[in-house]
Ligand binder design. Structure first.
Ligand SMILES: NC(=O)c1ccc[n+]([C@@H]2O[C@H](COP(=O)([O-])OP(=O)(O)OC[C@H]3O[C@@H](n4cnc5c(N)ncnc54)[C@H](OP(=O)(O)O)[C@@H]3O)[C@@H](O)[C@H]2O)c1
Length: 293
């Protein structure tokens, strides 16, 4: 198959591009700066320039399927653009380009909690993007994962940005729960999703166990031989602090990041990993990845 991956040079995209090559596919990785990637990408992957906010720069001709990964990170404030422009309008552009270039198959990357009426700009844009996909005539599959970790990802460094070693303050004591999923496990499922049987499905995916932000932060420091004691910062205080940071470009977080910490990011019903013949025991744990098991 010829598979075009938007955001194919990003964290998930680099791992996915490599996995698709291993599975024998021809891969085109599309992004604005196609020569840059956080992990090495196989030489056989064609890196192609394209900006999802400018539909005329997209060219999916020849593709049997598009995997659409582009979005802005929810962990830091967007600079010079918005979640709406990149994720919502960008997805409409990708859908239009698929129609224009004769592509019928789309695997779309969303996120747990995607909701056009949601609490954060990221979650709202993800909801709008899902609507654009649902309103299209494409044979689509939607992925809604929890947080993803692995080489080249920014989640581990994010926990360090939020904390200081030994004693740290975390909003609400860091009790927000996530269900971290290893990128190597996720990209296997994304590659499988190209099969016909997954058309029309939406999958909510998480790792083997829910973990709080405090637990994950402790593991990150433990892997470096350091301890971490978490001191709760009352949520109202965190709200004021991060709201004040909104207009300050040199502070990476703001009120949206505060709001995202108010909600758990875990699969509420069934973890849809079973749709790919995967069980919890097959998945890499966060501590295992950090070398703690
Ligand atoms: N990482 C997580 O924990 C996580 C959790 C749930 C869902 N997701 C979703 O998974 C997807 C991939 O995430 P990721 O962590 O791999 O993100 P990432 O590392 O930030 O990669 C984003 C990719 O998109 C490209 N890109 C950004 N803006 C673009 C634009 N306007 N036009 C074309 N390409 C653009 C980037 O390259 P250039 O900058 O060179 O253009 C890069 O290749 C996203 O949809 C994200 O919301 C991620």
């Amino acid at each position: 198959m010829e598979v075009h991956v938007t955001g194919g040079t990003g964290f998930v995209g680099s791992h996915l591009s490599n996995r698709l090559v291993e599975r024998g596919h021809d891969v085109v990785a599309v992004s604005r700066n196609p020569d840059e990637s956080p992990v090495e990408i196989d030489d056989s992957v064609e890196r192609r320039g394209g900006d999802v906010t400018q539909s005329e720069t997209l060219d999916f001709s020849g593709a049997d399927a598009v995997v659409h990964l582009v979005a802005l990170s929810p962990l830091v404030k967007p600079r010079g653009t918005t979640h709406h422009e990149v994720t919502a309008e960008g997805t409409r552009n990708v859908v239009e380009a698929c129609d224009r270039d004769g592509v019928e198959r789309l695997v779309h990357m969303s996120a747990l909690g995607a909701d056009s009426d949601g609490e954060t700009a990221y979650i709202r844009a993800k909801g709008e993007a899902e609507r654009a996909v649902a309103e299209s005539s494409l044979d689509a599959t939607v992925f809604r994962p929890s947080v993803i970790f692995g080489d080249g990802g920014d989640f581990v460094s994010f926990t360090k940005l939020l904390t200081t070693p030994y004693v740290t303050g975390l909003p609400g004591g860091g009790k927000t729960r996530f269900q971290p999923l290893y990128v190597g496990d996720l990209v296997g499922m994304l590659a499988d999703a190209l099969d016909e049987e997954h058309v029309g499905e939406t999958y909510e995916l998480g790792g083997p166990e829910p973990l709080t932000l405090a637990e994950m932060s402790r593991s990150v420091y433990e892997a470096e031989g350091r301890s971490l004691r978490v001191v709760p910062i009352p949520m109202p205080l965190a709200k004021v602090g991060l709201s004040l940071a909104d207009p300050l470009p040199f502070v990476p977080m703001g009120s949206d990041q505060y709001r995202s910490l108010k909600f758990d990011n875990v699969v509420e019903g069934t973890n849809d990993i079973d749709a790919f013949g995967v069980t919890v025991d097959d998945l890499t744990t966060f501590d295992g990845y950090l070398g703690l098991e």
